[in-house]
Design a protein around this ligand. Structure first.
Ligand code: MEV
Length: 318
């Protein structure tokens, strides 16, 4: 039995980090995917193969995952273990992960892996609903990043443009906003969990400032929703740049990313980091009128490419 699933990466347009503290974030999935192929074998061995590592172990060693288990493999091993338990199966599973998204750069590679793996592996035995797959994917991501808000896995599962908050989950945004994103990758990788921990400490030492930034971020997100509704890209871009100022304040931007943002803002409607920060990517908001010029401005800034919104989300065969 063989099963293939793919899930898109994502960008956060507004609200990263603040979303961990209950503020709404606005996200969209992008047209870059992770593809996971799984198959059952009679050998009772678990084999995982990906660009970021591989592992081979007997299926009865799954219950002894510990400190020495490679971190990058934990989410996949978790999904396999839960799936074999749920369907009461004693078989081997081979998993192959292929990705168009580099890891650790804020474009949702880890979440897309968890979502595509949860769909592909469970489908070997039964096709689950997207809601059930999302739940398993978030649990799997928590094996490496305990405090995830769940925002990234949600958008990688359902696709499109969405508002997300911890309490209410995701809500699709039906916007006709016609924009293109230019992404510049600093190639400085980060660990999301470390950046989230850094912000936790910042909050602990600056309680009043952080509370005030949360209030401002919340108002900004409401204004961004209105701008999206009216397809007012000038306004949306200004709000993105404002969001960047808050992210700089909490210490998740870097000198390199600040330079990229300055270059991008010469022609784009606005620009900011996306995801955890501390490296990774910036996104610049453009449309047909300023896309090429923004790409040209950023040509000396790391690896540069454009991304469109992916409206399909998780695909279980393709
Ligand atoms: C990471 O892409 C987004 C963060 O807000 C963490 C999270 O929401 O889990 C930094």
């Amino acid at each position: 039995m063989k099963s293939v699933a793919s899930a898109p990466g994502k960008v956060i347009l507004f609200g990263e980090h603040f979303v961990v503290y209950g503020i709404s974030a606005l996200l969209c999935s992008i047209d870059k995917r992770v593809i996971v192929t799984s198959q059952t074998t009679d050998e009772k061995m678990i084999k995982i193969e990906s660009d970021i590592g591989h592992i081979e172990m007997s299926n009865n060693s799954l219950s002894i995952m510990n400190e020495s288990t490679p971190k990058t493999m934990k989410p996949f091993l978790y999904i396999i273990k839960k799936t074999l338990e749920r369907f009461k199966k004693d078989v081997g599973i081979e998993v192959k992960i292929e990705s168009e998204i580099s890891p650790g750069i804020g474009l949702g590679s880890s979440s897309a892996c968890c979502v595509a793996a949860a769909a592909s592996i469970t489908a070997l035995f039964e096709k689950l609903s997207r809601e059930e797959i999302l739940k398993l994917a978030i649990e799997a991501e928590r094996t490496i990043f305990e405090n995830t808000s769940g925002a990234d896995c949600s958008v990688c599962t359902f696709g499109g443009l969405m508002e997300y908050d911890i309490k209410n989950g995701f809500k699709k945004i039906n916007s006709k906003a016609d924009f293109a994103l230019v992404i510049a990758n600093s190639k400085q990788t980060h660990q999301t969990s470390e950046l989230v921990e850094k912000v936790r400490k910042f909050r602990e030492n600056n309680e009043d400032l952080f509370a005030s930034l949360c209030e401002q971020e919340s108002a900004l997100v409401q204004n961004a929703l209105l701008a999206l509704e009216k397809n007012d890209l000038s306004r949306l871009g200004l709000l993105m740049s404002e969001n960047q100022a808050y992210l700089e304040r909490i210490g998740v931007s870097t000198g390199t990313l600040d330079v990229f943002i300055k270059e991008a803002k010469k022609t784009a409607y606005g620009a900011k980091i996306t995801g955890a920060g501390g490296g990774g990517c910036i996104i610049a908001l453009t449309d047909k009128s300023n896309l090429n010029q923004t790409l040209a401005n950023l040509k000396n800034c790391g690896e540069c490419f454009t991304a469109k919104i992916d409206y399909r989300g998780l695909l279980d065969t393709f």
